[in-house]
Structure formats: structure tokens, C-alpha cells
Design a protein around this ligand. Structure first.
Ligand code: AKB
Length: 343
């Protein structure tokens, strides 16, 4: 076997079920209804303590019951996360431990929010246990040779970042296992996700989170992108809802396994203008960082998500106005809770 070439393990490739191409149906002891209780899934979220996991778990628990959604990570969760529902330690690089979690907790869906390194483990496990598996991708999966305005689902993808290359790898690996072995693999390309969950990370779209914290603290934001850099963005609630609606969609509705989803595209200057409707004194200066500017200039300006809207009814709720109002309200609340001044 070539090192680094992913070949599903024998266990994963066991006997095949002709009907839904999944193998697990023929695994002893697993009844059809038990396996495909897509109406009452048992869900494991890996990398659950990042920007997206806890919020998604909250919504999924409303749908499927608190104990049917298990958050996992390798970090210690905050007390409020522990109180909100089941949490387990899970190192997704530890295949045996992950398999134990999936089997002992009768998992049928997996939402893989951990880093790439563990992708082959979870794909193997999903194949072995006939899981419906969700892996996020990004606008970063496109490069300068992709059509940028708008970027369609199917086109050239030659990203110039290792982040983008690893995401394209994830898309193609999942789709390969779907076409070859019937794996119920699902992937959404997220735009920049805007939320108050945790401090802004080092991403290329994170200025669009930082600017709100600056607007409500110093009143001055220094942007590392040019004022006219247009990028696709989305409010986290739309991102969560899209992920859940996509996971709930019957397989027969899906003409693709990887979909763009869009809500809005804006520039730093347009975002600043919208915030100034609430905070007229917001000062924004521009000091473009060449690395992140080059990345942004290689990414889509707008996303074409026609297929997601047609196949499984995707439609965003938050536009720029609602996003700005909600972010200012949420950060004001957080600052008040921390006893910080609020402007
Ligand atoms: C980034 O901003 O770099 C990421 C992304 C859009 O994938 N959040």
C-alpha cells in the first residue's frame, strides 16, 4: 500500500448492502430501522468546542433531544457546555477510541469539525458504520483560476493555500467514497462565518468579526484588507441552519455531495458604512496585509448556490442589515455581562 494513499480498511469495506450501497445493513445485529433512523439520529460532533460546534449542538438538541447529540473535543469544556448536554473526550487521530465512541453510543450521524489530519479516520469510520457524515469546506477551496463572480459548485479548483488544498482534498475524498462505496458523505462550502462565539481567529474574513469588537470598544478598526475587497459572508445562525437542513435532506434530493451556500457578499467599506448607521463615529483605517490580501484576491467575490436552493431548499435569512444589528446587540450583551463599558 502506498504511504499516504487512503485505502479504506478491510473492516470498513466488509460485506456490501446492495440496496443503499451501504455495508452496515449486512452487519450482524444492526436492524434496518435502527441503522437508518435518520428521523432520530444519534449525532457525534468532533472538534465541538470550536466556533461552530456548541451552537450547532444546541439547535440539534432541540430537534433530536439533548442526549442524542454528543459534543466531543480534546480540550476541557466550559461548565455551561457540560451542563448543556453530553460531552466526551475524543482525539480524532485515535481510530480505536473513535470507533468505540461510535459503536458504544450507536452513532448514525457525524459532524466533523476537527482539523484535516483526522479526515481519513472519520471517513473510514463513517464507511465502517454506515454513518451520514458532514465535513465543512470553504470559499477557500477556490483559487485565482476559478470563476470568481460568481463561483459555481463545479469549476476549476486550484487554491493557493494549504488550507484550501486540504479542503479540496476533503471534498474529493468524501465524494470518491460516496461514488465508490455509497458513503452518505455531505459537504458545504461555508463563506466567512460571522459570530460572537469566541474571539476572531486568524482567518482572512475575520476582520468582519473584529470590526464589531473594535467599534464597541475603541471606536477604531484597522483593516488588513483593502476597502473594496468583496467576499462572501454569512451569519452563524444561517450557517447552522444550512448545515442541519442539509443533513436532514433525503439522499434522493441531492444531485451533488458538495454545495456552495451563500447569504451575502460585502466589502470592508460597505460593512463599515452599515455599522456607522448605529455608531456614526466608527473610524476605519486600511493597512492591507499582503499575505491575507493575496488570499482574499484569489477567493470568490460571490458564491453561486443555485444547486443548494434547488435541491434542498436552501435560503438565507440574514442580510447585511440584520447581521450588523444582531452582532452589535450580541456583543453589547457580552460586554454588559462582563461589566465592560458599552457605547
Ligand atoms: C477564513 O476566513 O479564512 C475562513 C474561511 C472563510 O474559510 N474562516
Amino acid at each position: 500500500m502506498h504511504p499516504g494513499v487512503f485505502v479504506p480498511t478491510a473492516a470498513a469495506l466488509g460485506p456490501f448492502c446492495r440496496d443503499c450501497l451501504s455495508r452496515a445493513r449486512s452487519l450482524p445485529g444492526l436492524s434496518l430501522s435502527g441503522l437508518h433512523r435518520q428521523n432520530n439520529p444519534r449525532i457525534l460532533i468532533t472538534g465541538g468546542l470550536g466556533q461552530l460546534g456548541t451552537g450547532l449542538a444546541q439547535i440539534l438538541r432541540k430537534h433530536y433531544g439533548k442526549d442524542n447529540v454528543i459534543l466531543s473535543d480534546i480540550k476541557k469544556p466550559q461548565p455551561h457546555v457540560l451542563e448543556s448536554g453530553p460531552f466526551v473526550y475524543a482525539d480524532v487521530l485515535d481510530y480505536k477510541h473513535l470507533r468505540e465512541l461510535v459503536v458504544n453510543n450507536r452513532i448514525t450521524w457525524m459532524v466533523h469539525y476537527s482539523a484535516l489530519l483526522s479526515l481519513h479516520n472519520v471517513l473510514d469510520l463513517a464507511l465502517e458504520n454506515c454513518l451520514r457524515i458532514f465535513v465543512p469546506s470553504t470559499i477557500g477551496a477556490f483559487g485565482p483560476s476559478s470563476p470568481r463572480d460568481p463561483a459555481p459548485d463545479l469549476c476549476i479548483q486550484r487554491p493557493r493555500t494549504i488550507y484550501g488544498v486540504s479542503k479540496v482534498h476533503g471534498e474529493l475524498m468524501g465524494e470518491y467514497l460516496h461514488h465508490k462505496y455509497g458513503l452518505d458523505f455531505r459537504c458545504l462550502r461555508y463563506p466567512g462565518v460571522i459570530s460572537v462565539n469566541g474571539p476572531p481567529g486568524g482567518g482572512t474574513t475575520d476582520y468582519a468579526v473584529q470590526i464589531f469588537h473594535d467599534a464597541l470598544s475603541t471606536g477604531h478598526h484597522e483593516c488588513y484588507l483593502r476597502p473594496d475587497t468583496r467576499l462572501p459572508m454569512m451569519h452563524i445562525s444561517d450557517c447552522h441552519r444550512a448545515t442541519i437542513e442539509f443533513m436532514q435532506a433525503p439522499e434522493c434530493q441531492l444531485s451533488l455531495r458538495t454545495y456552495n451556500i451563500a447569504a451575502m457578499s460585502f466589502t470592508p467599506e460597505e460593512l463599515a458604512q452599515e455599522i456607522r448607521k448605529h455608531l456614526p463615529h466608527l473610524k476605519v483605517t486600511y493597512n492591507p496585509d499582503s499575505v491575507r490580501q493575496n488570499i482574499a484576491d484569489s477567493w470568490p467575490v460571490r458564491f453561486d448556490d443555485t444547486n443548494a436552493r434547488r435541491d434542498w431548499g436552501w435560503a438565507p435569512i440574514y442580510a447585511l442589515e440584520e447581521l450588523v444589528s444582531d452582532m452589535l446587540r450580541s456583543i453589547r450583551q457580552k460586554r454588559t455581562n462582563k461589566g465592560l463599558p458599552v457605547s
